[in-house]
Design a protein around this ligand. Structure first.
Ligand code: GRF
Length: 187
């Protein structure tokens, strides 16, 4: 099986990156994490790139040419899939055009509900009965591209933001790999 070269974008903890690297070791998993990009020099998740000898780039999104730097690296490593895993910056139009239909994101709610930030507190505030996570294609609008996969769980009376985050993220570790398998089983 020829695995697709993949780049994961992070900003922080990188637990989804860690999980994707782990899954990539499976012979049958359709991707290999070949490159990591972080917009945060202190992102904890960079540790996983280093531990696994995966090359990475730290970008400064305030600099004018930062997108060209990204595009050059993605070309250099023949990247055909970009996974946004807790990447906190908006993806520009220029980049979207170049990688259309090849960028996916994981969001900690059942989209189209609760796009954007602070999802857990809003889920609780609106007294939702269930929540979960969504993997979707990235387009020009925030958290709005076509959905690839959603995973759901029921909220308990005693759930708070901390437990919701924990429960959501434990589903994310299944959702992201399953979404990737789904993408490549259709191709
Ligand atoms: C995830 O919960 C994801 O849904 C959201 O950001 C979080 C990133 O977590 N977009 P991590 O950096 O992968 O641990």
């Amino acid at each position: 099986m020829v695995k697709k070269n993949t780049c994961v974008f992070i900003s922080g903890k990188g637990s989804n990156l860690k999980n994707l690297i782990k899954r990539s070791r499976d012979y049958n998993f359709p991707i290999n994490v070949k490159f990591v990009i972080s917009d945060n020099i202190n992102a904890y998740g960079l540790k996983y790139a280093k531990q696994n000898s995966i090359p990475f780039l730290i970008i400064n999104t305030k600099k004018r040419n930062y997108e060209n730097k990204i595009i050059n690296k993605l070309n250099k490593y023949h990247i055909s899939l970009v996974c946004l895993a807790g990447y906190m910056k908006i993806i520009s139009k220029k980049f979207l055009i170049k990688f259309r239909k090849k960028i996916i994101n994981i969001h900690p709610s059942l989209l189209p509900k609760f796009k954007g930030l602070n999802t857990y507190s809003r889920v609780l505030k609106f007294k939702e009965k269930k929540t979960g996570c969504t993997v979707h294609y990235v387009n020009e609008k925030l958290d709005s591209g076509n959905v690839i996969i959603k995973k759901t769980f029921f909220i308990n009376l005693h759930d708070d933001e901390i437990s919701l985050k924990k429960r959501t993220q434990s589903l994310e570790y299944f959702a992201f790999p399953e979404a990737i398998i789904k993408i490549y089983s259709n191709n």
